[in-house]
Ligand binder design. Structure first.
Ligand SMILES: [Zn+2]
Length: 137
């Protein structure tokens, strides 16, 4: 099972380990061998998700000014393709993660981020979540 078939994905600076729920720098020695087929190439991890960062390689958001405007859309499509392929696994994994210590910490961060959004942004987020829900179903 390979998530991202694009050859340029190998050059991405980060890898998200979907099995372990952690974001690593590419080539981090802490990436478990068992996760090698569950890695998703990430160009821009964004900010506000420190709870997912690997303690060993400590990935941080990079300046993304040079990235094309399409990259956000690519990320959304990439994310949707994962949900489309692995919806039921993700849901189960998400349920476990939500109840973990790290998950509860992330929930606090997310609700802080959510409350900082204005109404239009909150509406857009709700629409995205509703779309994801529909896609999973
Ligand atoms: Zn790492």
């Amino acid at each position: 099972m390979r998530i991202d078939y694009r050859p340029e994905a190998a050059a991405a600076p980060f890898r998200f380990d979907m099995a372990g729920g952690k974001l690593h720098r590419t080539g981090c020695p802490a990436i478990p061998r068992a996760s090698s087929q569950a890695l998703y190439s990430v160009w821009d991890p964004g900010e506000g998700l420190p709870a997912l960062a690997c303690e060993k390689c400590q990935p941080v958001a990079i300046e993304s000014a040079h990235m094309s405007q399409d990259s956000s859309l690519d990320i959304i499509y990439g994310f949707l393709s994962i949900v489309d392929q692995f919806g039921s696994v993700l849901r189960e994994r998400g349920r476990e993660y939500r109840n973990s210590r790290r998950g509860r910490r992330l929930a606090k961060d997310l609700s802080g981020m959510f409350s900082a959004l204005d109404q239009t942004q909150q509406d857009a987020l709700q629409l995205t979540l509703a779309s994801l829900d529909g896609l999973v179903k």
